[in-house]
Design a protein around this ligand. Structure first.
Ligand code: SF4
Length: 190
């Protein structure tokens, strides 16, 4: 019978006088009690990307019906806070992930681009739904045929409308992308 009362504590896992109880295949962080003592070794890229992936502040660019699904991810049922992205900012200077949710008209396009330009780097864009990704069903003179004509899109979400889970999936894909970015090199060469 397994002893359920013997769960390892954080202090036990990282204690300096014995080997770690948990072994991880994660190469971003290294720890060996015999070599490093109480020090965890990592790469600058891993540390920077870890911070960035878990603190994305969205710029909610709700332009049509998809915005309702965008609002739903903030509720308890979908709970975008699990990904550290619940802080919707309506100031572009405090946001780093623009979520374009809805139909982008030619009239609105310059404003979308201006808000994108006002966001501080690094910044990312999610095109949510068929309209934002490709113009959707609106093959008309008034509709931009995809927001990627005015801003660089990192992740596209299909559907009309996409479900809130699809947006969370896109957010996780964006986090995976950010984890692979050479952030330290870009910071030093900027
Ligand atoms: S993709 Fe569908 S739900 Fe989303 S903005 Fe376009 S028409 Fe509305």
């Amino acid at each position: 019978m397994r002893d359920l009362g013997a769960e390892p504590t954080l202090q036990g896992i990282f204690s300096t006088n014995r080997r770690p109880l948990m072994v991880s295949a994660n190469t971003d962080f290294g720890y060996d009690s015999k070599i490093e003592g109480g020090v965890i070794v990592s790469r600058a890229d891993a540390a920077i990307n870890w911070i960035r992936t878990n603190s994305m502040w969205p710029m909610p660019m709700g332009l049509a019906c998809c915005a309702i699904e965008l609002m739903a991810v903030g509720g308890a049922r979908f709970d975008i806070a699990r990904f550290g992205a619940e802080v919707m900012r309506f100031s572009p200077r405090q946001a780093d992930c623009m979520i374009v949710a809805g139909t982008v008209t030619y009239k609105m396009a310059p404003q979308v681009r201006r808000i994108y330009d006002q966001m501080a780097a690094p910044k990312w864009v999610i095109a949510m739904g068929a309209c934002a990704s490709s113009g959707g069903m609106y093959r008309s003179y008034a509709t931009l045929q995809g927001v990627d004509r005015i801003v660089p899109v990192d992740v596209y979400v299909s559907g009309c409308p996409p479900r809130p889970e699809a947006l969370l999936d896109a957010l996780m894909k964006l986090q995976d992308k950010v984890r692979r970015e050479p952030s330290a090199r870009r910071l030093l060469s900027a």
